[in-house]
Write a protein that binds this ligand. Structure first.
Ligand code: SF4
Length: 403
């Protein structure tokens, strides 16, 4: 075990392991999600799939995995400490509210062990008083909270003998199940079970099973099957992959242009990713977007060397300039001609033709269609479903006409 000698986490994990074996799970039918904190050190000792997330986010990741898999033969299990449960309380409650099919084990040793024993939102008043900490805020009762939120099962245990049974009950429950385990932290907290029982307040024998669950658990279709296209109605001239950077200024429709191109790519039978970048003050400064269109699945969404850079404002070009490499096609607004010093760029009166809001779309469409990367009809098809369909269609038609 990776924990300090005598740490309650080790006892809990051994009990959990036995409960999983008892329930007949093959290790690779179990997906364990943990996050930061001593409880998250569990990954290397498990033969299951393991995923390690940001502090407090294990329930959010587990929720996504559970909905994505939607496979009752697999068990999605999240493990976190009381610090993580406090930090990610909203994620935890959301999973309970939606009664997502997963089991969450909260190893509550009443403190943040990894960072030196600070108090968490689950530290009890008795525990704080014993440590002379002046904080009279009562702890969250996550058993009650998840129960009220809609969990199918919520329980709390302190005695080691109870662990296996509670875990087994939770694992057998379809829907969201929570077990809070009061644990020893001999290094920063309490080292003896007797002491722990005296400071771990609440109804220690509490076991709540909702019959029936408020939100009945129902299997959902796997997320990635939902929008799967069987036949692409449009054609693309992209041989393998195209990476394009679109750069402009806030309010210039850069992000919606990128989204429109990505969707047109999907309608053309391609895989697509889109990533936006802009300052925190979204109403001012540059706006940049990357789109990857590929005939193969995209496993890495970063775009290190773009095939094309389209820039229509000074802000946009300043941000995108470092992305221009030898061999990158460059499409720029003619207003940038003097300052750009890009002799091989294609220049066009995009701002003049389509205004500030339409220039990025106009320039990108012009280049994509001219190069035979996408059909104008694919772009128009997406634009017609947009809330600003009229103006987008007009810009695309003009952009194509310019060719
Ligand atoms: S610091 Fe505490 S919680 Fe962390 S491993 Fe050591 S005993 Fe366990």
């Amino acid at each position: 075990m990776p924990f300090c000698p005598g740490c309650g986490h080790g006892i809990a994990i051994k009990n959990l392991s036995k409960a999983l074996e008892g329930a007949g799970y093959d290790p690779l039918d179990v997906i364990v999600v943990s996050d930061i904190g001593c409880a998250g050190l569990v990954d290397p000792v498990l033969a299951t799939h393991t995923i390690h997330g940001l502090h407090g986010r294990a329930p959010a990741l587990a929720l996504g995995i559970s909905l994505g898999l939607s496979n009752p033969g697999k068990k999605v299990l999240a493990i976190q400490g009381d610090g993580g449960a406090t930090i990610g309380l909203q994620h935890l409650l959301e999973a309970a509210r939606r009664n997502v099919d997963m089991t969450l084990i909260v190893l509550n040793n009443l403190l943040y062990g990894m960072t030196g024993g600070q108090m968490s939102g689950l530290s009890t008043l008795e525990f704080k008083a014993g440590r002379h900490i002046e904080d009279d805020a009562p702890p969250f009762d996550i058993v009650r909270l998840t129960h009220e939120a809609g969990a199918a099962y919520s329980s709390r245990v302190t005695a080691p003998g109870d662990f296996k049974t509670h875990f087994a009950e939770a694992l057998a429950t379809p829907g969201f199940a929570l077990v809070e385990v009061a644990c020893l932290c001999p290094s920063h907290g309490v080292g003896k079970m007797k002491e722990l029982v005296s400071v771990a307040s609440g109804d220690l024998g509490l076991a709540r099973r909702r019959e029936p669950a408020r939100v009945a658990f129902k299997e959902t279709a796997p997320l990635f099957e939902k929008g799967r296209q069987t036949e692409a109605p449009f054609h693309s001239g992209i041989k393998e992959r195209l990476g394009i950077v679109i750069a402009g200024s806030a309010g210039g429709g850069v992000q919606s242009t990128a989204r429109l191109i990505a969707n047109a790519g999907i309608l053309s039978g391609l895989h697509a990713t889109m990533k936006g970048e802009y300052p925190i003050t979204v109403g001012t400064g540059f706006s940049l977007a990357e789109v990857i269109l590929s005939t193969k699945e995209i496993h890495y969404t970063g775009l290190e060397v773009p095939d094309a850079v389209v820039a229509v404002t000074t802000d946009g070009l300043a941000k995108a300039r470092s992305r221009i490499k030898p061999g990158t096609s460059v499409v720029l607004d003619s207003k940038l001609e003097e300052s750009a010093s890009c002799p091989n760029a294609i220049y066009g009166d995009f701002q003049k033709e389509a205004g500030k809001q339409g220039a990025a779309l106009f320039a990108a469409v012009f280049w994509l269609v001219k190069e035979g990367m996408l059909e104008a009809d694919a772009l128009l098809e997406v634009a017609r479903k947009h809330k600003h369909a009229k103006s987008l269609v007009e810009v695309i038609e003009r952009g194509v006409g310019v060719g």
